[in-house]
Design a protein around this ligand. Structure first.
Ligand SMILES: C[S@@+](CC[C@H](N)C(=O)[O-])C[C@H]1O[C@@H](n2cnc3c(N)ncnc32)[C@H](O)[C@@H]1O
Length: 167
């Protein structure tokens, strides 16, 4: 099922419904957020494939300056309404961010040059989560050249990689 079909079936705000109704989803998001500093202090985060903005909202609440990108208009409109402080766009901007998050969107975006640019030029590091398809650290190392790749967390449902430009 494509992402568009999934939103059509579950609703454009289905991550928000999960956020309210599913403890395991909140725990999963909490695990991802634990990879970021507790205090955003105005640092910038690019959230690629932000969907309807649940994770974007949590980063915003920590004080990060968040830029959300999603290709689908419906979820992006929900995200913009739910997280008015953040900036949203359908395209990855040509800009250097402190952090990049790509949460569960790597299969669609792995060949996107703007994603590589954002990840390989960010000032701190990127948090890359992988669920449905296995990407090894070797795969990520090949995608994001001149970066170190570290598997930070793994369970049956998810892997979290930290990708950091080598300076
Ligand atoms: C599984 S959802 C994850 C949503 C969000 N990251 C979350 O965890 O709540 C994947 C998202 O990636 C988006 N996406 C797919 N291809 C994209 C592209 N080329 N550029 C930007 N977003 C894309 C989809 O529209 C979808 O909202």
């Amino acid at each position: 099922m494509s992402r568009a079909e999934r939103y059509a079936m579950y609703g454009v705000d289905y991550h928000w419904n999960w956020w309210v109704s599913r403890t395991e989803y909140r725990q999963w998001i909490g695990r991802i957020l634990s990879e970021f500093p507790r205090e955003g202090s105005g640092a910038s985060v690019l959230d690629v494939g932000c969907g309807d903005g649940v994770v974007t909202s949590q980063l915003d609440a920590r004080g990060f300056e968040v830029y959300g990108v999603d290709i689908l208009e419906g979820p992006l409109e929900i995200a913009a309404a739910k997280v008015p402080n953040a900036t949203f766009s359908a395209q990855i901007p040509n800009q250097i961010f402190d952090y990049v998050l790509i949460n569960n969107s790597l299969p669609e975006l792995k060949d996107e040059p703007a994603l590589r640019e954002a990840i390989t030029t960010c000032r701190e590091y990127s948090v890359v989560t992988v669920t449905e398809y296995g990407f090894s650290s070797y795969d990520l190392q090949r995608m994001f050249k001149n970066c170190s790749v570290e598997l930070s967390f793994e369970d049956d449902d998810m892997q979290i990689y930290i990708v950091e430009p080598q300076r």
